[in-house]
Design a protein around this ligand. Sequence first.
Ligand SMILES: [Zn+2]
Length: 223
Amino acid sequence: MNMQFQQHNLTESQLSPANAVVDELCAAGEPWVKQLNAGQTFRIIDLEGNQAVDTLFYNAHHAPERYSVNDTIRNQNRLYLTTGSKLYSNFGNVMLTIVADTCGRHDTLGGACAAESNTVRYALDKHSMHSCRDNFLYALTHDPLCEQLGMSKRDLPSNINFFMNVPVTEDGRLDFVDGISAPGKYVELRAQMDVIVLISNCPQLNNPCNAYNPTPIRLLIWD
Ligand SMILES: [Zn+2]
């Protein structure tokens, strides 16, 4: 039996977009960087459905502390993220907690698409296509918040893929398959410490993670 649908925990939020202190769009294929302060709530909305949102978190005062997929999976004995999941740092601290989720499951293992992986997985002439790794590296070396923290190309750990469907099969294979998200689905996180959030709104066109049609996302923050 496939394990992919066993960890849903659908929960809606009571927060109203009218009260948000940040309400922005991130275009398809673009990066987005913002600081979230401890106690603030952050929502990512998959506006048109089936959009992978590659996301990293860093301690806003000490960038060597960042989201750790290893600590997050091991401390909770769960491969997927949904309501109630805590995002742990490589220092063992809880950075954020997922407090609402209308999609039901988010990927921890698939990583970010890259020019190099595109050539290996798809074709040599895919090398010039835009990728999440390009977005992350550009933001790490050009965004003022990342520059303030002294970050560089070295500061690129494994990311979360919100809304992305990467089931692990019974024989241990990872499949990149069509999404379980849909227009308007969202995930909401409460920050437990001051964090920098770094998003690549995935531009991938070679597999079904964006339904072959990358689309915009909406980002909201509440105090
Ligand atoms: Zn990507």
